[in-house]
Design a protein around this ligand. Structure first.
Ligand code: C2E
Ligand code: MG
Ligand code: MG
Length: 517
């Protein structure tokens, strides 16, 4: 029997168990049997039999009544079932509905030896667009997206809305997976024209990840979704519209494990180092802060940037020791530089903190111990926490943030604009000093007026909650002028300096000191 058949029989038996009439009939039958058998067991029990019968009838009627009252009618059951499986805004199946559809499609695919394709679609930068245009317009945008997904797929395919801006298309009954990229292209084509809203036109495009079953190997639905999601992330990162989960990604997963093992050795061998990048106060043409950025001096490969090993570090459980190493080195270095070059200036070193560090209940103690052990004023340290981490751990982090801030350490939200921050949550983050606008926005400033509007909205929101804005990844004079025009006075990027080794930073500082004499 296949899985959908099994579900039908389960549902039928569930219905029977909940029927008030069946409960009453069962109760009355049991009563009648008790009544008939009682005198045969013993004549003295005959009278008791009548009492048993009466009690049985009353209990049966009560049970039936209670069941009738507590168990919803089939119409309201259908209604709540529909609500459970459907997304109200778009009327598409939701994630629970998708689970059912996926299971059914997989069973069908196995029976008919066909291929099932899963297309995981995420609307690029929807969250921040949504925040900028308002919730009502955001809802309209989602509805419009749902419509475009529907018209981009074949009649026999399904589309579900599984989260805010995430949609999943199931494309079944395929002879081979070769047609899936064509379906992705059709969907992207549907999104080619901007959506006209009262506030203006908005161009919204999905990134699509494709995964599919293989006729000879059984695939689990959960795995298929995870593969499609991973492919979607690749498509989004590389801005290529869509990507197919393939052997390359499978081997990437193996490389990740291998890199993690090598990294473990590298930490022990002190092959990880800290680079430093200045953050400039462009209003006063002076150094405002320095960001500490980890690098791996990997034998045969030279200096490797974090992008090449942070995922592996997380996978191998090394984020805590990596973070501790960076903190120690950055704090020790800051003590030397601040007493040598800027004893009287308010210049701090900013260190990136991972989710793993933030979630450690002893994190605040560790930092305070490190600072007092080395003898650095806490005001010389700023901690940067990525927007994604702030949002996902908001409730658990507020007390920690307050404690760190009270000790004099300053705090920054990093990569702002890429994650899920709701502008309203920002109000709860009154202890945060800096907001770093992600370089993707800075990058797009000169090409997209929407980007300019988003950065403008972020700046005015930051001002309202008393946060200082820092623009990351400033590479061109044009970007610099646009940012200046928006009133941003702190900038970081290759236009000023790239991250450099401590010795090179020192050489630059010596130059500055010499040129100012
Ligand atoms: P981030 O904290 O947002 O750091 C800024 C990144 O932008 C750095 O990349 C920096 O080298 C790069 N960058 C600076 N100016 C420019 C520019 O003008 N153009 C472009 N295209 N890029 C620029 P990096 O050093 O590769 O670090 C990447 C990310 O890795 C960091 O992003 C941070 O999230 C993470 N990271 C770095 N060091 C650490 C660390 O010690 N601990 C943890 N947990 N994460 C770290
Ligand atoms: Mg950072
Ligand atoms: Mg950043």
């Amino acid at each position: 029997m296949d899985s959908s058949g099994r579900r039908d029989s389960d549902r039928a038996s569930n219905r029977l168990v909940r029927s008030p009439w069946l409960i009453m009939a069962a109760g009355l039958t049991a009563t009648a049997i008790a009544f008939a058998l009682a005198p045969r067991i013993h004549p003295d029990v005959a009278h008791t039999g009548e009492i048993v019968a009466l009690t049985g009838i009353i209990v049966s009627l009560l049970c039936a009544l209670v069941t009738r009252l507590l168990v919803p009618s089939s119409a309201s059951r259908d209604d709540s079932r529909r609500r459970l499986h459907h997304d109200e805004l778009t009327d598409l199946p939701n994630h629970t509905g998708l689970d059912v559809l996926l299971e059914e499609a997989l069973a069908h695919t196995r029976r008919n030896r066909k291929v099932l394709g899963v297309l995981y679609c995420d609307l690029d930068r929807f969250r921040i667009i949504n925040e900028s245009i308002g919730r009502e317009a955001g809802d309209l945008l989602i509805k419009e997206a749902a419509k475009r997904f529907r018209s981009g797929i074949r009649g026999s395919d399904t589309v579900s809305r599984v989260a805010g801006d995430e949609f999943v298309v199931l494309s079944g009954d395929l002879d081979n997976p070769g047609t899936l990229p064509q379906i992705a292209r059709q969907i992207l084509q549907e999104f080619a024209a901007p959506v006209a809203l009262d506030s203006g036109d908005v161009l919204i495009t999905p990134s699509i990840g494709i995964a599919h079953t293989h006729p000879e190997t059984p695939t689990e639905g959960r795995l298929l979704l995870a593969e499609a999601r991973a492919a979607m992330e690749r498509a989004r990162e590389n801005r290529i519209g869509f990507a197919v989960f393939d052997d390359e990604q499978r081997s990437e997963a193996r490389t990740l494990v291998d890199t993690g093992e090598r990294l473990r050795g590298a930490i022990e061998d002190h092959d990880l180092h800290v680079f430093y990048q200045p953050i400039i106060d462009v209003e006063h043409h002076s150094l405002s802060a320095i960001e500490a950025l980890v690098r791996w001096n990997r034998p045969g490969r030279g200096w490797v940037a974090p992008e090449g090993f942070l995922d592996a570090a997380a996978g191998a459980g090394l984020m805590a020791s990596l973070g501790e190493m960076v903190l120690k080195e950055a704090i020790a270095q800051t003590l030397i530089w601040s007493s040598t070059y800027w004893p009287d200036l308010d210049i701090a070193t900013t260190v990136n903190i991972s989710e793993r560090q933030l979630m450690d209940s002893t994190f605040a103690d560790q930092i305070e111990e490190l600072l007092s052990g080395i003898g650095l004023d806490p005001r010389r340290l700023t901690l940067e926490i990525s927007e994604d981490v702030v949002v996902s751990q908001l409730d658990r982090s507020l007390d920690l943030f307050r404690r760190l801030r009270a000790s004099g350490i300053r705090l920054a939200i990093d990569d702002f604009g890429t994650g899920q921050t709701s502008l309203s949550w920002i109000e709860r983050l009154d202890m945060i000093d800096y907001l770093k606008i992600d370089q993707t926005f800075v990058n797009g400033l000169t090409t997209s007026s929407v980007n300019l509007a988003i950065v403008e909205a972020i700046v005015s929101m930051a001002r309202a909650v008393d946060m200082e804005v820092i623009a990351e990844g400033v590479e061109t004079v044009e970007q610099y002028h646009l940012l200046r025009g928006l009133g941003i006075t702190r900038m970081q990027g290759y236009l000023f300096e790239a991250p450099m080794r401590a010795v090179d930073f020192e050489a630059r500082m010596e130059q500055e000191v010499l040129s100012s004499v």
